[in-house]
Design a binder for this molecule. Sequence first.
Ligand SMILES: [Zn+2]
Length: 292
Amino acid sequence: MIALCPGRLMAYTTNSMPELPEVETIRTAIEPLIIGQRLTGLELRDPSILRGDAAAVYSTIADAAVHSVQRRGKHLLILLEGDRTIVIHLRMTGALLLEEPADPRRVRAVLHFSNETRLYFNDMRRLGTIAIEDTGSCCRRLGPEPLSDEFTPHRLIQCLASHRIPVKAALLDQYIVAGVGNMYADEALYAVQIHPLTPANELTANQVKSLWHSIREVLRRAIACQGASIATYALPNGQRGTAHDLFKVAHRMGAPCPRCGTPIQRVMVRKRGACFCPACQRTEKGEHRDGA
Ligand SMILES: [Zn+2]
């Protein structure tokens, strides 16, 4: 789906999955509202959102108190007493809202808490999921958190050295690094002038060190802006994030590169679009690569 922005000669895709900064913003907003509260209801308006048998699942968490709200990659985790965790994945168009939206048809589930707080899971494309898992086992297979001490330049160097896939695809692999998605991978690669189709194992150690720094910088900046409201993403109170105002290449196909003025291009990388500057992000040999 393409939306045109007349007057700025800019076209951008409206498909935009909430990534680490968006989920972290939601986590920060809802934790003080529900921590210590009891889960008094799980209203399933679309039962397909829930993994597993609804009645059996709910019986294990009914009336449990919220210990904390955490994030792992793009997953939002509501940790409950009894070592159970509600794992929410917003996928492409999911949002958690504190008020019922004007069009309630897209609300797939509502979480009710003992202090009357309600979280409306609004989801236009109906791809989001809610799962109930044992706290100790959820999201264990994901790669390191990019803003944690566990994610070091050395670790990224070692990991990318063992992958021949395009670096853009490697950054989207949640088992390599958790939470980075299409928008922030494009921004991180642009900042260090690496072509998205460059094979991961062809990057030099210095390039990967720069990329490591760039990933963290891009994510921190986006969290400070409360995420990017390109399409359906909104804060729980309905406000929009502003991180997209700082984008240099993501969702800016056809717009001039802020560094050199060349129109931003889009190339397919393993079935996902990557926006980049063809002048600033050339391959080592100065050639353009074909989409893989
Ligand atoms: Zn450029």
